[in-house]
Design a protein around this ligand. Structure first.
Ligand code: ATP
Ligand code: MG
Length: 555
């Protein structure tokens, strides 16, 4: 983290509170995911912010599952969320569940009824909506608004006891039907839902609404700074109203801009559709903006933390360029990833003056950015594979690779000269014939010849086969969620290209899932869990350069 940057507005608030002795200088934040999907890059921003603030100010962070909606929540999601937070490098102080507060929240509701501040309403949803008014017109009081405290207590107890079907009654806060803030027009506190809950089972058939559960949960835990995204700004007066009327611990809510990335959707509901409708292979498909997707793609936790730090904390929504995230991983892998050679689209190259059957072990530096990464051996022979597009029959000027009569250096090895080539009936080049300069060996080159280009290669007899999955952005438009029509119609049809048989250095036969490499000249790659001992599978994490920036200039 850069130490020089100025404080963001949340850090300023926390520092002021500490200076003023608010809560005795104590800082307790929380991360409150609803366990209805896997965490995505937007959640990562929120996690880095909540845990980061607490770390910076000697505080703590609770992990609270916001599991008040029984229908959509599952234990699988709870487990994945915990694993993802830990992978990102954070540890919560307490693992808590809003559902553990159901009894306490019920008591809070009873307190408000007794104070004449909540009532049971028998209106149907459409009747409630009809009386709600509009942002410019005040609402009207419900005919049930003036029920007595005794009647409300009885009806609420009956709701809890299961006497009514779903939707027959709701509990509402008695605030102000004429408030200019629609959220204060007697908001719902409880609804009836005869549904099985992943933790409380069938103990409850009434469930608290977000606005009644969230702030009260913060207060129960004595959260000092409850940080959420901007769409909750209009909810803040209600957050404060409940706390004030209940006379409970005064947690405070602060809002920042949601993280939105271009060429990406960050909404669990939309990501779930991509999974369920088969656009991707699962929540951890390497194209998904989920933490499990990024992990499989080869992103490191630190690259995501760096990204979150560089995005900063904004008070206004804006779309962040996904290129910034790619920059963060590229910059890190440049320093940490070992270089290896892999050929995606092979064409055979024969060195006619190198003895057939002879081999030679060449010294290869693993990472020019990191001496401690050491060296490895690469085997050389007279028959190699190179990339098909490193050869051109009629090369233009300034093509510093192979073509008839052209010289090029083979990485870690020799300078070669193209003497001739063969084509098949369809016109495809099948074999390139070259000679090599024995005195041009890398590290001890006495040839005196200067070549501009260096290409990668593998020895045909020694190379291993690998599957390579080339990933690109999942959407072909900048802001798929804001386009008219189904966002899924903007899925990039070229977001995955599979190379079933690439040739790689044999050292890559021993990779473990998660091992990361730079394939020279091609990009950064990460071994996939689908790898087997005799056929590794690699995912392209990111290209070496931002190829999309070039596309944009061209267009
Ligand atoms: P989604 O719309 O994807 O379901 P959510 O906000 O409903 O997102 P929650 O599980 O309720 O998801 O979110 C947990 C926490 O993460 C909340 O505090 C929420 O504000 C925060 N969060 C979610 N998405 C983003 C985002 N894109 N940027 C920043 N914070 C986010
Ligand atoms: Mg939510």
């Amino acid at each position: 983290m850069s130490e020089e940057r100025s404080l963001n507005f949340l850090e300023q608030i926390v520092e002021e509170d500490i200076t003023n002795g608010v809560n005795g200088g104590r800082v307790l934040t929380r991360f409150p995911p609803e366990p209805n999907g896997y965490l995505h890059i937007g959640h990562a921003k929120s996690i880095c912010l909540n845990f980061g603030l607490a770390q910076k100010y000697n505080g703590q962070t609770n992990l609270r599952f916001d599991d008040t909606n029984p229908v959509t929540e599952e234990t699988e999601y709870v487990e994945s969320i915990k694993a993802d937070i830990q992978w990102l490098g954070f540890q919560w102080a307490n693992e808590l569940y809003a559902s553990d507060y159901f009894a306490q929240l019920y008591e809070f509701a009873v307190t408000l009824i007794k104070k004449g501040l909540a009532y049971v309403d028998d209106s149907t949803p459409s009747e409630i909506a009809a009386l709600k008014g509009t942002p410019t017109e005040p609402g009207k009081n419900s005919p049930y608004r003036d029920r007595s405290v005794e009647e409300n207590l009885q009806l609420f107890a009956d709701m809890k006891a299961g006497k009514y079907p779903d939707g027959a009654k709701v509990l509402r806060a008695k605030v102000d039907m004429a408030s200019p803030n629609m959220h204060l027009r007697d908001p719902l506190m409880y609804r009836i839902k005869h549904a099985h809950h992943h933790r409380t089972g069938d103990a409850w058939c009434i469930y608290p609404m977000y606005d009644f559960a969230h702030g009260q949960s913060d207060s129960i835990e004595h959260i000092t700074h409850s940080i959420c995204t901007l769409e909750f700004v209009p909810h803040r007066p209600l957050y404060d109203w409940f706390i004030e009327k209940l006379e409970i611990f005064p947690s405070h809510q602060y809002e920042f801009a949601r993280l939105a990335l271009n060429y990406t959707v960050t909404s669990k509901r939309k990501l779930l559709q991509l999974v369920n409708e088969g656009y991707v292979s699962g929540w951890d498909d390497p194209r998904m903006p989920t933490l499990s997707g990024y992990r499989r793609r080869g992103y490191t936790p630190s690259s995501i933390r760096t990204f979150a730090e560089r995005v900063g904390v904004q008070k206004r929504d804006n779309l962040i360029d996904v290129g910034l995230l790619e920059f963060c991983i590229r910059e890190e892998l440049n320093k940490s990833a070992n270089r290896v050679m892999a050929v995606m689209d092979p064409v055979k190259l024969v060195i006619t003056n190198y003895p057939e059957g002879q081999t030679e072990t060449l010294d290869a530096e693993n990472n020019p950015e990191d001496e401690s990464a050491g060296h490895r051996n690469v085997t050389f022979s007279n028959t190699l594979y190179i990339e098909r597009d490193d050869f051109m029959e009629n090369p233009p000027k300034k093509f510093f690779r192979l073509g008839p009569g052209l010289f090029v250096r083979l990485k870690y090895a020799y300078i070669i000269k193209c003497e001739s080539f063969e084509k098949d009936a369809a016109g495809n080049v099948t074999t390139i014939y070259c000679t090599y300069l024995p005195e041009s060996r890398s590290g001890g080159d006495t040839s005196g010849i200067n070549v501009k280009g260096t290409i990668h290669w593998v020895s045909a007899a020694h190379a291993a086969k690998a599957e390579v999955r080339l990933y690109d952005r999942l959407f072909s438009v900048e802001n798929p969620a804001s386009e008219e029509g189904d966002f899924k119609s903007f899925v990039n049809p070229n977001s995955l290209k599979v190379v079933p048989e690439a040739y790689v250095e044999p050292s890559l036969l021993n990779v473990k899932a998660g091992d990361r490499f730079q394939f020279l000249r091609l990009g950064y790659f990460c071994a996939d869990p689908d790898s087997t001992p005799d056929k590794p599978v690699f995912n392209r994490t990111v290209t070496l350069k931002d190829t999309w920036a070039k596309e944009k200039v061209k267009n």
